[in-house]
Design a protein. Structure first.
Length: 76
């Protein structure tokens, strides 16, 4: 098993309500879902963009911390 590249970008996702869905999407010719997680209020997930993961989709209210700043999902 290879260790992930230490230089990849990480995001920290904190659920602000129960049932926040996090969906990892593949890289390549056809973008597809490859992984899903469900977080409840207060739970945190640390995710990394890799050779296989090109995007992360978040449904529900969550705070997302990145190297570029903080953004909240689920707000109008």
């Amino acid at each position: 098993m290879e260790l992930a590249d230490q230089n990849q970008d990480y995001v920290i996702i904190k659920a602000l309500e129960n049932g926040v869905n996090i969906i990892g999407m593949t890289r390549g010719r056809d973008t597809k879902f490859h992984h899903t997680e469900k977080l409840d209020n207060g739970e945190i997930m640390i995710a990394q963009f890799t050779e296989n993961t090109s995007a992360i989709k978040i449904r529900g209210k969550a705070r997302i911390n990145t190297a570029y700043g903080v953004v909240c999902s689920g707000e109008e």
